[in-house]
Write a protein that binds this ligand. Structure first.
Ligand code: HEM
Length: 335
C-alpha cells in the first residue's frame, strides 16, 4: 500500500514528537492497560499496523477516528453504541443529526475483523475505538499514551440519546461545562479535549449561523461578535450562504489540520475558533487562561500530557466491564 508524502511526514513527525507516557499508568476504574496481555497479546500491534495503513491511504481519517471515540463515550459511555446500525424498529445514535457527519466506520470494522482473526471474540469494539483514537493522535504527531482496556460493548443505541448528551457547536461555556460535568469531566478536560479540534474539518452547516443572521436581525452586520472580522470574511467566502451547506468543508486548524499540535489555541486566542463552543472558551477565566498560555506556543509538551490524561479520563466514562454487555462480533450489529 503506497504512503503519500504527507503521510510520511506525519508519521515521521509523530515518531519525533510523540510523548511516550509510561505504560504503567494506573487503571481507570476496572479498566486495565494489560487487559488483553494473555488473551490477545498483539492487540496494540495489530491496531497500530492497520492504522498506519489506513492513514497512509486516507490521512484525513485521523480527525474522524478521534471524534468517533468522543461521540461514543459521551452517549451511554464508551460502549461502542455509536457504531451500531439502525434497524426497522430502532433509529440508532449513528443516524442522529450530530452523528451524520461521522466517518471511519469501515476502518473500525476492518480492524475489528483482523483482531477477531487473531483472537476470536475477544476484543470489544469499544476498546478498538479507544485504541484507534490514540493511534490517530499519535500518528498525526500528537502524544502517545497507555490506553486502559477491558470495555465491553453495549446492546442499546438510541438516536434520541444524542440530543441531550452531545454538546452542540452553538453551546456557550455554561452549557459545555454542564455537559462535561455530567460525564464526570471538568473545565480542564473541556479546554484540553477541545484541543482535538487541531485535527480535521467541519461542514459549513456547523458554523454558518455565526456568519449570517446571527441574531435574526438579518442584515450584513448580523454576525457573531466573538468571531474575528477578517477570519469571518474568509469563512464567508468559503461558506457562501446560511442555507445548510452539508457538503463544503473548512479545515478547523487551517494549514495544519492533519497534524496534532497546539495550534488550535492560537486560533481560539485570536478569536478564530470555528464554532461558538470553541470561542466560548474565552468566556471563562480558567479556560481562557489555559487557551492564552497554550497560544504562546511554549507549552506544547504540557498540552500533550494534559490531552493524554484527559483522553484516558474520557475513555473511562460509563464503561461496561466484567460480565456486563457483550463482545460484539460485528461492530455494527448487536450479537
Ligand atoms: C466541546 C464540545 C465539542 C463540540 C461542540 C464539538 C463539535 C464539533 C463539530 C460541530 C464538528 C464538525 C463536524 C462536521 O461538520 O463534520 C466537530 C469536529 C471534530 N471534533 Fe468536535 N466538538 C467538541 C469536542 C470535541 C472533543 C472532546 C473531541 C476529541 C477529543 C473532538 C474532536 C473533533 C474532531 C477530531 C473533529 C473533526 C472531524 C472530521 O474531520 O470529520 N471534538 N466537533
Amino acid at each position: 500500500m503506497a504512503s503519500s508524502p504527507t503521510m510520511l511526514v506525519v508519521i515521521c513527525s509523530s515518531l519525533a514528537m510523540a510523548v511516550i507516557l509510561s505504560s504503567s499508568s494506573p487503571a481507570t476504574g476496572q479498566l486495565d492497560v494489560g487487559f488483553y496481555g494473555k488473551t490477545c497479546p498483539k492487540v496494540e500491534e495489530i491496531v497500530r499496523e492497520e492504522m498506519i495503513r489506513i492513514l497512509a491511504v486516507a490521512p484525513t481519517l485521523a480527525g474522524p477516528l478521534l471524534r468517533l471515540h468522543f461521540h461514543d463515550c459521551f452517549v451511554r459511555g464508551c460502549d461502542g453504541s455509536v457504531l451500531i446500525d439502525s434497524t426497522a424498529s430502532n433509529t440508532a445514535e449513528k443516524d442522529a443529526p450530530p452523528n451524520q457527519t461521522l466517518r471511519g466506520f469501515g476502518s473500525v470494522q476492518r480492524i475489528k475483523a483482523r483482531l477477531d482473526a487473531a483472537c476470536p471474540g475477544t476484543v470489544s469494539c469499544a476498546d478498538v475505538l479507544a485504541l484507534m483514537a490514540r493511534d490517530a493522535v499519535a500518528l498525526s504527531g500528537g502524544p502517545h499514551w497507555a490506553v486502559p482496556l477491558g470495555r465491553r460493548d453495549g446492546r442499546v443505541s438510541a438516536a434520541n440519546d444524542t440530543t441531550t448528551q452531545l454538546p452542540p457547536p452553538t453551546a456557550n461555556i455554561t452549557q459545555l461545562a454542564r455537559m462535561f460535568t455530567a460525564k464526570g469531566l471538568g473545565l480542564k478536560d473541556l479546554v484540553v479535549l477541545s484541543g482535538g479540534h487541531t485535527l480535521g474539518t467541519a461542514h459549513c452547516s456547523a458554523f454558518t449561523d455565526r456568519l449570517y443572521n446571527f441574531t435574526g436581525a438579518n442584515n450584513a452586520g448580523d454576525v457573531d461578535p466573538a468571531l474575528d472580522r477578517s477570519y469571518l470574511a474568509r469563512l464567508r467566502s468559503r461558506c457562501t450562504s446560511l442555507a445548510g451547506d452539508n457538503t463544503t468543508l473548512a479545515e478547523m486548524d487551517p494549514g495544519s489540520f492533519l497534524t496534532f499540535d497546539a495550534g488550535y489555541y492560537r486560533l481560539v486566542a485570536r478569536r478564530r475558533g470555528l464554532f461558538h463552543s470553541d470561542s466560548s472558551l474565552l468566556a471563562d477565566a480558567f479556560t481562557a487562561g489555559y487557551v492564552r498560555r497554550q497560544a504562546t506556543g511554549m507549552y506544547a509538551a504540557e498540552f500533550f500530557r494534559d490531552f493524554a490524561e484527559s483522553m484516558v479520563k474520557m475513555g473511562g466514562v460509563g464503561v461496561l466491564t466484567g460480565g456486563e454487555g457483550e463482545i460484539r462480533k460485528k461492530c455494527y450489529v448487536i450479537n
